[in-house]
Design a protein around this ligand. Sequence first.
Ligand code: DGY
Length: 325
Amino acid sequence: MRRKPYVFITRELPDSTIEPLLDLARVSMWEESDRPVTRRRLEVEAAEADALLTMVSDPVDRELLEGAPNLRVVSNMGVGYDNVDLEAANELGILVCNTPDILTETTADLTFALLLASARRITEASELVRSGSWQEWGPMLMAGRDVYGKTLGIVGMGRIGTAVAKRASGFNMNILYHNRTRKKETESVTGASWVELEELLQESDFVVCLAPLTEETKRMFSYEQFRRMKETAFFINASRGGLVYEKGLVKALEERQIAGAGLDVFEEEPIDPGHPLLSFPNVTVLPHIGSASVDTRKEMARMASRNIAHVLKGYRPKAIVNRVE
Ligand code: DGY
């Protein structure tokens, strides 16, 4: 009798989201939802698995893939897949899938929330109240910066960038963007204009990073880029921490080259509580929650399960991100 395929899921997910797999495979999960699977356990499971359902925080590297002789698909629960060694997966004939589209609007909401929170000092002001330090109403108390009518510069005009631009047009913002390719449709819907990165950095009141992390984009924001921004401008990152050289950002903040930053992502996650970035009151920080609404996260888990189910049934899922026939 043919052996039933084996699927390992690297985090505890709600049962309803893995239904597409239950008739097709033996399924097991890492038992915790808030702590990542240990490397040892992942290696042991990968050695047996036909499919892995992974999180964006799991390093799926060459060593792991080479130790997985039955593996046919890595289904990553996220639109980003920089945690997976695509070159190794290509060589080994392992499909890699992601979960695009379904998280676009949720992530755009969070990106815009981070922009608003940074400009209007929301977390700082909230902390003032909670800590009992709010003494009096004051004419300039917690005065921040306006968002409406200002210039937004989006670096990486993909689906999420476009959704952020739509929100910004409702705030009557002037929208600039920089992307490898021109996005004519986005331009006509939102009025966004393509500019060189240099011009975007110089002109924007809010520079929003939404480009994917690749060899080309790694550390594309360093001290030099922050120094070119306006002293009144904010840097917002809702993509990947690896796009930023954090020491350069710290230096720019120390020298007040920019007004502040809003960061949902970091070079190292979770960020060390003693990291210098956390010492600036004008840096709003979040724990990588771009797509974290209950509905969207469940939908992402379902899509990641469906991607595996398709492969096990012998079909090609739509959301394949590598080159394997
Ligand atoms: C993604 O989808 O890549 C996000 O970063 C996960 O929330």
